[in-house]
Design a protein around this ligand. Structure first.
Ligand SMILES: Cc1cc2nc3c(=O)[nH]c(=O)nc-3n(C[C@H](O)[C@H](O)[C@H](O)COP(=O)(O)OP(=O)(O)OC[C@H]3O[C@@H](n4cnc5c(N)ncnc54)[C@H](O)[C@@H]3O)c2cc1C
Length: 389
């Protein structure tokens, strides 16, 4: 994304790269390794990295300029996220989850709710978007978390799972059934904005993940969680529409973070094939290897252009749903294919934890799964392309 960015953003990107090279590149591997045996020690490293990134103002990127944000366009913000994701996509996802939670508030919140979330993010806080449940993944409408009206309040009960930032968030956007008599998509679902510390809301068990291990993923549990009606985001019964609108935007961000993984896999592979000698010459001199690198580059670049197109549509206020689904799916598939090829190019060393590409391959997989699986993106694209039957 770097070639699209404005001059304003160039210095910031340099600072980020400098920080990542010196205070993140090695540390993310250390945290990953420690995470298998000593979660607390791993988390200390992760929180230190997050703190360093926050000091550069990255947490304030989604805040509009009139509310104190830096006022960077989405392409600039994307370049920053891609850069962080090159070093660790789990860390990048922490900031993406902020965007995800905030987008629901931007879509449906009152001016007061928006300002409160900007204030939290401005102070280095985090948000969480709580939609998925054990029996409601792709089928969002099969949710069972409820919000029952009690006087002027609502009482929430249920359990959300796989929630990014679940353990560290300062505000949670929680989706709950307010009317069981109608389908979620037709008025049964409502979004709530709930702050950390609210009685009855807690982070549950932590997910032991294959990849993006440096992100915080957990259950979020609601047990008789009483909130005033002023916590409702938008209108009662309009939660499904808020969630779908949020996911449309989030898909592009997810694609951007996937690009960081793909680009790093290309960079690592290029470096490796220049120095690894077999049959008396560097691997890079073999046409088969050159073709592999070419395919990795083309897949990544095509996905990057699609993401940039989707972001431009969002910035222009035009319809971007189809472009977002295409961008997410292309970028997620590119990251997985490119990271897998990077492992192949590294041979046995690629399969070893001594080299970074095995982590990239594990990290890449998530981009075909969350923010709407790539099967669901293909359903969206297929239906839009075929039209009415
Ligand atoms: C690390 C991580 C972080 C996450 N962060 C968040 C978060 O912050 N907030 C949040 O709300 N959720 C989050 N999720 C949840 C994520 O969005 C869901 O896992 C995802 O939507 C898929 O749901 P599921 O896991 O229940 O899979 P399922 O819905 O059970 O799907 C299983 C498989 O069946 C396929 N499938 C399902 N339905 C169809 C269909 N109609 N046609 C074709 N194929 C189909 C799917 O594509 C998938 O391959 C996260 C998940 C992970 C792993």
């Amino acid at each position: 994304m770097a070639y699209f960015i404005t001059d304003d953003c160039k210095d910031l990107i340099k600072d980020i790269r400098n920080f990542c090279d010196n205070e993140m590149k090695e540390q993310v591997y250390e945290a990953e390794k420690l995470g298998y045996s000593d979660e607390e020690a791993a988390d200390e490293i992760i929180m230190e990295i997050l703190g360093g990134i926050q000091e550069m103002g990255i947490g304030t990127l989604p805040i509009p300029e009139e509310s104190g944000g830096p006022g960077l366009c989405r392409i600039d913000r994307a370049a920053i996220i891609e850069e962080i994701s090159k070093y660790d996509s789990g860390i990048a996802m922490t900031f993406m989850a902020n965007e995800l939670a905030l987008d629901s508030v931007e879509i449906a919140g009152t001016p007061e709710q928006k300002e409160r979330c900007y204030e939290i993010l401005g102070e280095g806080g985090y948000g969480a978007f709580c939609l998925t449940e054990p029996n409601a993944g792709c089928d969002v409408s099969n949710a069972s978390t409820t919000a029952v009206k009690d006087g002027d309040d609502y009482i929430l009960n249920g359990s959300k799972c796989f929630i990014t930032n679940g353990t560290i968030a300062d505000f949670y956007v929680v989706y709950a059934i307010t009317d069981k008599s109608v389908p979620a998509a037709k008025g049964g679902y409502t979004a709530f904005l709930i702050e950390k510390g609210t009685k009855g809301l807690s982070a549950g068990s932590i997910e032991n993940k294959m990849g993006i291990r440096n992100s915080h993923t957990s259950d979020v549990v609601l047990e008789d969680c009483r909130v005033p009606a002023s916590c409702i985001l938008g209108e009662v019964g309009k939660g499904f529409q808020v969630a779908m609108g949020t996911l449309d935007i989030a898909r592009v961000w997810c694609g951007i973070a996937a690009l960081g993984v793909a680009q790093r896999a290309i960079d690592e592979s290029v470096e490796y094939v220049k120095q690894r000698v077999q049959f008396g010459k560097p691997l890079a001199k073999n046409e088969v290897i050159q073709f592999k690198i070419a395919d990795m580059q083309m897949k990544t670049e095509a996905a990057r252009q699609m993401c940039a197109y989707a972001l431009t549509l969002i910035d222009r206020g035009e319809n971007f749903s189809l472009a977002a689904a295409e961008a997410k799916c292309l970028a997620g598939d590119a990251a997985m294919a490119v990271a897998t090829e990077a492992v192949q190019i590294h041979g046995g060393y690629g399969y070893s934890r001594e080299y970074p590409v095995e982590k990239l391959m594990r990290d890449a997989k998530i981009f075909q799964i969350f923010e709407g699986t790539n099967e669901i993106q293909r359903l969206v694209v297929g239906r839009a392309t075929i039209g009415k039957i």
